[in-house]
Design a protein around this ligand. Structure first.
Ligand code: HAM
Length: 420
């Protein structure tokens, strides 16, 4: 039987792990530096949670969710994103009773039935960062700073930040009316998708990638001109914080995002050169979502960043991650008696915290040395019958193949010293 990994999924092989480790370690460090705590939520939730929060007429809910009936006939969905699950946890676990705002992050897989291409998968990994319980625009800035610093610490430089405000329930309906009437005069010129969205998800017309639609949306009325005083002031303050920090950003009036829960600030980080899927990160405010999933009305903001796209960008920019740790020592042996001594020695070293590999399998010394090379160990410890009899071990420095016989009782100190 020949099985294949499902379309849009991939294996992260050992040789790819250095990239993943680098991204995840930097992310954790930055999140902790900013005082964010880790949360983990289930990989699947009740389907209705995502349908309501992400929005019935979004691409995600209409075409991309992995929804199934479990064995009790309950409709479940593999999470297409984290924000809804975190808001559900906030409401259900009464996290609003804790000192606010709550600063959280999580890292894990998400699932969307999309057409796979470079940087777009059906199982992909997100770094997700959320602040729940604050409406201060300085928090919007802080969340953007977290993203910035993660990329900066990873070593990525060619990024641009796009920001916009999508208004709130007070001012958005008026803007949507203006936009609808404006687009009504252009119905003959827009693509089929946009015509369909004109009735359901009007804002998405602004970010259609088709060239004719782009030209039209460039001339569309801008939301900035319709923002209420509260949203306008919020956006102005965010921009002045960004200016204070000298962050390069662009106000992009066509940035609307593909999820319905956003209010006020939205932002994305774009990387050149990773193809059509150029958003490395996307996020924004969602002041109505926690109330919608059953919690108290609570303002919140966050972002998510696809790890695959971060790694693609690293490769594009030629950023090499640090090597993954190698064992310090490789234990080799010749003969049965020596094997017993080698098993004990290897365990002793590991217990003392010295990374130790071995091949076992009773292979030739040559084969064992080849494997020692492959593991990247700094030393090989070789035991034969003579060594067992004399209470010694042969210590070989792999870098220059020099070797010396040392007392068994001195092995630990010798390899620890050599490694430091
Ligand atoms: P999103 O824009 O749908 O937002 O996804 C965020 C990021 O996840 C994207 O910018 C991209 O890097 C990555 N991504 C999304 N879909 C795929 C895919 N099929 N393959 C690879 N990478 C992908 C959200 O998910 C929101 N929950 C973000 C957020 C958090 N808003 C507020 N808090």
């Amino acid at each position: 039987m020949n099985y294949k990994a499902p379309r849009g999924t991939y294996d992260i092989l050992p040789e790819d792990q250095a990239y993943w480790r680098h991204v995840i370690e930097k992310t954790r460090r930055v999140c902790e530096l900013y005082g964010y705590e880790q949360i983990d939520v289930p990989v699947f939730e009740q389907a209705g949670l995502f349908e309501r929060s992400v929005g019935e007429s979004t691409d995600i809910v209409e075409k991309e969710m992995y929804t199934f009936l479990d064995r009790s006939d309950e409709r479940m969905t593999l999470r297409p994103e984290f924000t809804a699950g975190i808001c559900r946890a906030y409401a259900e676990r009464k996290l609003h009773g804790r000192p606010q705002p709550l600063r959280l992050f999580t890292i894990g897989p998400a699932f969307r039935y999309e057409r796979p291409q470079a940087g777009r998968y059906r199982q992909f990994y997100q770094i997700d960062v959320e602040v729940l319980g604050s409406q201060d625009p300085a928090v919007d800035l802080e969340v953007m700073q977290v993203a910035w610093q993660i990329y900066e610490d990873i070593g990525i430089s060619g990024l641009s930040f796009q920001v916009n405000s999508t208004g709130c329930p007070v001012c958005r309906p008026g803007y949507l009316d203006t936009l609808r009437s404006w687009y009504a005069q252009h119905l003959g010129e827009i693509c089929g998708d946009c015509t369909r969205r004109h009735g359901q998800n009007l804002l998405r017309l602004l970010d259609c990638k088709n060239e004719p639609c782009r030209t039209i949306s460039e001339g569309a009325p801008r939301i900035q001109d319709s923002l209420c005083e509260e949203c306008g002031g919020h956006f102005e303050r965010l921009r002045s914080y960004l200016d204070d920090l000298d962050r390069p950003y662009e106000v992009n009036h066509r940035l609307v995002r593909g999820l319905d829960y956003y209010t006020k600030t939205v932002f994305e980080v774009w990387a050149a050169g990773i193809g059509a899927q150029n958003a490395v990160c996307g996020g924004g405010r969602y002041d109505g979502l926690i109330g919608m999933v059953g919690g108290p009305e609570t303002p919140a903001i966050g972002f998510a960043s696809g790890i695959e796209r971060i790694i693609l960008t690293m490769k594009q920019e030629g950023i090499e991650p640090p090597d993954t740790p190698k064992p310090s020592v490789f234990v080799a042996y010749i003969g049965d008696e020596a094997k017993e001594a080698a098993v004990v020695l290897a365990q002793e070293l590991r217990t003392a915290g010295v990374g130790t590999a071995a091949l076992w399998e009773d292979r030739s010394l040559k084969a064992q040395m080849k494997q020692a090379d492959r593991t990247g160990a700094a030393f090989a410890l070789i035991i034969g019958e003579d060594e067992v009899r004399n209470g010694v071990v042969m210590l070989r420095r792999m870098a220059d193949s020099t070797q010396a016989s040392i007392r068994r009782s001195e092995v630990l100190d010798a390899v620890k010293e050599g490694a430091s």
